[in-house]
Ligand binder design. Structure first.
Ligand code: NI
Length: 228
């Protein structure tokens, strides 16, 4: 438990630090780093930040919707769209296989959430969508996601397809600066999206959310959307 808290805190620091670092390098001359940092954070959710809810996740403000149509390529090479996931519950994370620390931590926690849900976990599909399609081929994704959970899917696509899906989920990502063409890291926002059977994001979890809280929030949504 302490370990989870420590890793979550570390992950949060890394994400905030990454966005701060990106703001520092990318700001215009004379522009304050704080202002750019606020813009970067806001770019993740537009101008309206979601509000915390009792279920451990963040509810989207009224009028804000995330998710929807996409066209991507699964780790087995098959083309997929949102229609292939209609009626399913998803835990979606955006990251990349070369990520040194944040992505593996979050994907490990998503796998723990699926297992913590017990039998209900079988109704939730964990998905990694890459924001680094240049290096993350279907084969690379297949190898990577299999390390976390046997049912985890890895989706990649053309740079245009990735930009399109990232924009629907308001995911911030950018290539780090001053690095060569093959050895580079990606800056990216780090949220776990809980997607309902209609393909829309129902709530999202911040990087510091514990496995227990995420499992509780996911179970609550399974109950709510299944009984209604
Ligand atoms: Ni990452």
């Amino acid at each position: 438990m302490l370990k989870i808290i420590r890793y979550s805190a570390l992950a949060l620091l890394l994400v905030i630090g990454g966005i701060w670092g990106h703001a520092w390098f990318s700001r215009a001359p004379g522009q304050g780093v704080g202002a750019v940092f606020a813009q970067r954070l806001a770019s993740v959710f537009g101008q309206q930040l979601p509000v915390p809810s009792a279920g451990g996740g963040l509810q989207l403000p009224p009028g804000i919707s995330l998710g929807g149509p996409f066209s991507l390529v699964r780790q087995d090479g098959l083309a997929v769209t949102e229609r292939d996931y209609a009626g399913q519950f998803l835990l979606v994370y955006f990251g990349f296989t070369y990520c040194p620390d944040v992505c593996p931590t979050e994907l490990g926690r998503i796998a723990d959430v699926i297992d913590a849900l017990g039998p209900a976990g079988a109704r939730v599909t964990p998905i990694l969508i890459t924001i680094d399609p240049q290096r993350d081929t279907p084969a690379a994704m297949a190898d990577y996601v299999s390390r976390f959970h046997p049912r985890m899917q890895g989706l990649t696509g053309t740079p245009e397809q990735i930009r399109a899906v990232a924009s629907r989920y308001r995911v911030y990502f950018a290539r780090g600066q001053n690095q060569d063409t093959t050895h580079y890291v990606m800056d990216h926002s780090s949220f776990v999206y809980l997607v309902g059977p209609d393909g829309q994001v129902q709530s999202l979890f911040r990087p510091e959310t514990s496995v227990e809280e995420m499992a509780r929030g996911t179970a609550a949504m399974l109950r709510r959307l299944t009984s209604s």
